[in-house]
Design a binder for this molecule. Structure first.
Ligand code: 1CP
Length: 368
């Protein structure tokens, strides 16, 4: 038997905890499920030890390494879902761009897109299986190794967020180079966004075929857009992705919940709740009960404790969690942070967060 035969996407172990999937569909659960964005990350000493001395994207290209890093947080905490270890910037790489992870600086594009002519440098027709097959292998391997403990989430960056990295060449406070394109080159911007959307749809379908049991789309840079630009350059593509992925999955009879996380796009909450996603992820700037009211029971909600609340003493974390649960209610709700964990966070406090979600939600459910 070859190495590839060992990780075929079939005969996966039976799922033992489907709380996360049921909450995503709005069904009743005994407790509120919880996971954290960046749960596989540098706040864990075992993560730092494993990653030490290795190139970030080399790690992403190793299915065994991605599997190990995905499983690490599950050995410590009773999370109700796992997210595959990878990065959103593997898509610009698949389109032919060079992206490096520079320690202490973050992702860096040595040769970012500058003018619309630069679009010609991108691969016009990406062979997703060939360019991103390593992510699919990581997902399949992890589905086997996770042994049905919890569902595995696949993910992608959304078109606008990826476009902004491809033009900025890395992280940015203003995103003014990328926004310049929206105002000066709207046609080329739409061309690029459409190109990214097509690759993303195939990429997500490939992740499901490989074994992903839910999908999250990260529009991390939504907040840099105003409502008008969001409605023109982000929302239509987010919608198109969910519509096309769902349409295709219908043929396979697979029910895969889709989550959209458009950070800081509070103005877009009503629209996001009617954009074919099952779950809308929220950052911490949105009040839980107001979010419920504005989304009118059309979707499940995910989020949204301020990650920095994890710096508080454990008893205080417990109180914050209780209030958050009371605001969202315990049905159709997945607890998470409003953004990813930071490297200096104490794993013990992450544990306290998870425990508080489980304990308080069980108590609230008992009272009902
Ligand atoms: O060496 C390291 O470990 C670097 C830190 C790191 C990690 C752990 C990066 C660099 N990426 C990741 C993994 C990662 N990235 C995951 C793994 C699964 C998990 O959550 O546990 C996920 C889902 C991502 C997604 C991602 N990458 C996003 C969307 C989520 C978000 O934070 O808004 C974004 C914006 C990125 C880009 C990125 N990758 C890494 C960094 C430091 C950044 C942000 C850079 C910036 O814009 O300043």
């Amino acid at each position: 038997m070859s190495q590839d035969d060992l990780i075929l996407p079939k005969d996966f172990p039976q799922l033992k905890n489907d709380t996360f999937l049921r909450a995503a569909r709005g069904e009743e659960t005994e407790h509120v499920p919880v996971w954290c964005m960046r749960q596989a990350g540098r706040y864990l000493p075992e993560f730092r030890e494993f990653r030490a001395g290795k190139d970030f994207f080399d790690t992403c290209r190793s299915p065994e390494a991605c599997c190990e890093l995905t499983l690490q947080p599950l050995r410590r905490f009773p999370f109700d879902a796992a997210i595959i270890f990878s990065d959103i910037l593997v898509i610009p790489q698949a389109l032919g761009m060079d992206v490096q992870m520079v320690p202490g600086k973050g992702p860096t594009f040595p040769d970012p897109l500058k003018e619309p002519e630069d679009l010609q440098r991108l691969q016009p027709k990406v062979d997703v299986e060939k360019e991103l097959g390593y992510v699919f292998k990581a997902i399949t391997l992890t589905r086997h190794k996770i042994d049905g403990k919890v569902p595995l989430i696949g993910f992608t960056g959304a078109p606008w967020t990826l476009m902004s990295y491809m033009i900025e060449g890395g992280g940015s406070n203003t995103h003014s180079k990328a926004k310049r394109w929206l105002y000066r080159h709207p046609k080329a911007s739409h061309m690029l966004l459409k190109m990214l959307t097509d690759v993303i749809v195939e990429y997500l379908l490939g992740q499901v075929a490989a074994g992903a049991q839910a999908l999250q789309v990260f529009e991390s840079h939504a907040g840099i857009l105003g409502p008008v630009e969001f409605n023109e350059f982000s929302l239509p593509y987010l919608r198109d992705i969910a519509r096309r992925v769902k349409e295709k999955l219908k043929e396979t009879a697979k029910d895969i919940p889709m989550i959209v996380f458009a950070k800081d796009a509070h103005y877009g909450l009503e629209d996001l709740s009617q954009s074919h996603y099952d779950v809308v992820g929220l950052d911490w700037t949105v009040d839980p009960s107001a979010a419920r009211e504005r989304t009118g029971g059309k979707v499940s909600l995910q989020g949204n404790m301020d990650p920095c609340a994890l710096y508080a003493p454990k008893e205080h974390i417990s109180k914050i969690v209780k209030k958050m649960l009371e605001g969202f209610g315990t049905r159709g709700y997945i607890a998470n942070l409003g953004h990813g964990l930071y490297p200096d966070m104490d794993p013990e406090n992450v544990g306290a967060f998870v425990e508080a979600v489980h304990t308080h939600s069980k108590q609230i459910n008992k009272r009902m």
